[in-house]
Write a protein that binds this ligand. Structure first.
Ligand SMILES: Nc1ncnc2c1ncn2[C@@H]1O[C@H](COP(=O)(O)OP(=O)(O)OP(=O)(O)O)[C@@H](O)[C@H]1O
Ligand SMILES: [Mg+2]
Length: 112
């Protein structure tokens, strides 16, 4: 199992939900977050001395899926969320050791 964390522009939320529904993704978590990336994220000086991070509102999707679905989902996210402008977002993929459905104590791909 893999965890896909995709940080996207909030304006893409409705469209990505539709896309994920079309490819039969059932479980996901959506969080409103603040962040900055490698470009235009940092404002180094403000009135001569202050240093701060110029963070912007983003949406984070968290989806845990069987290994074999990762490429398909990453492609779908890129296709929907890419505008070719800075700030389109980023996708992180990591391993998940276990997934457990609380109701039934079932484990593994079938709970996803
Ligand atoms: N290295 C990182 N670690 C954690 N979150 C990140 C990282 N890079 C980007 N993010 C998150 O992704 C959001 C979008 O990043 P963004 O698309 O601006 O990345 P970028 O590297 O600046 O690329 P671009 O040049 O396309 O803007 C950020 O606001 C932040 O929430
Ligand atoms: Mg950026």
């Amino acid at each position: 199992m893999k965890k896909i964390e995709a940080i996207i522009q909030p304006a893409k939320l409705d469209e990505i939900k539709e896309t994920l529904n079309q490819i039969n993704i059932k479980g996901l978590t959506i969080t409103q977050v603040m962040g900055c990336g490698a470009t235009k994220g940092w404002t180094e000086y403000y009135r001569g001395s202050e240093v701060f991070l110029n963070v912007l509102p983003k949406v984070m999707l968290m989806i845990v899926v069987p290994d074999e679905r990762v490429d398909e989902i990453v492609s779908a996210i890129i296709k929907t969320c890419r505008t070719d402008h800075v700030g389109d977002g980023k996708i992180f993929i990591s391993n998940v050791e276990r997934a457990i459905r609380i109701r039934s104590r079932e484990e593994g791909d079938s709970v996803l």
